[in-house]
Write a protein that binds this ligand. Sequence first.
Ligand code: NDP
Ligand code: 8X3
Length: 251
Amino acid sequence: MTNKTALITGATSGIGHATAQEFAKHGIQLVLCGRRQERLDTIKNALQKQTEVHTLNFDVRDFDAAKKEFETLPDAFKNIDILINNAGNAHGMDTIQDGDVDDWDAMIDINVKGLLYVSKLIMPRMIERESGHIINIGSSAGKEVYPKGNIYCASKHAVLAITEGMRMDLNPYGIKVSAINPGLVETEFSKVRFKGGSQADSVYKGYKALQPEDIADIIYFTISRPAHVTIADLLVFPTAQASSTIVKKDL
Ligand code: NDP
Ligand code: 8X3
């Protein structure tokens, strides 16, 4: 793994940050992406003791901005072996009839179109080199819909469909494509979903939620399988969770 380069979107927080830390431990060279430059700088400073790190600041919704940022990549970072399409969030949790159009736009533009835009920029070199691994971070919400989850669930169902399409279309080039689908992970996810509101505090109370490091560990396992092995689609829950709506809480 020491001569591999990974690009991680959403590396400033939660699952993306933990994955950057895990990859750095294994000497994987990193391209870390996000919008919060201060966090990118802090994370780069911490991880460059273990590996080479380059940061890119762009909003995944903006294809032209992403393209321009990619053009600035130094030669040593241009060949991405591993793409972790992780940037994303839920925005709001409302019935479909009460949903906010801006929230819908955010979820579809970031979780679906953003993943496509970044992939579009990375795939050509993977195809040229006939090698690479794309990991899309889906969700248990991509496997089942829950009340008031409507558009977030739709966006993650789309991630799963895109993952399957990618695996088929990239198959001739030997490129691995995986979906990792977590249940409840304790990150800034709920703060973003509930826009900093107090509802976020209760989401991870009364049980042990998955931690971002648990997902990072699974992502590293996924990328470190032998060349002939692809983890196609993995669903992981905290033990207290049986489905999107069944969580055993001791409150
Ligand atoms: P966090 O809120 O902790 O992290 C989200 C990351 O996405 C941040 O680094 C953020 O960076 C980045 N991001 C958000 N919007 C944009 C944007 N428009 N452009 C670029 N980057 C963006 O949440 P998680 O770590 O939990 O979420 C990571 C992924 O995991 C998401 O796809 C989420 O849907 C998925 N997931 C999360 C679960 C959970 O329970 N937490 C469960 C299942 C899946 P910045 O703000 O700096 O741009
Ligand atoms: C995040 C998990 O249950 O909030 O994808 O949708 S959930």
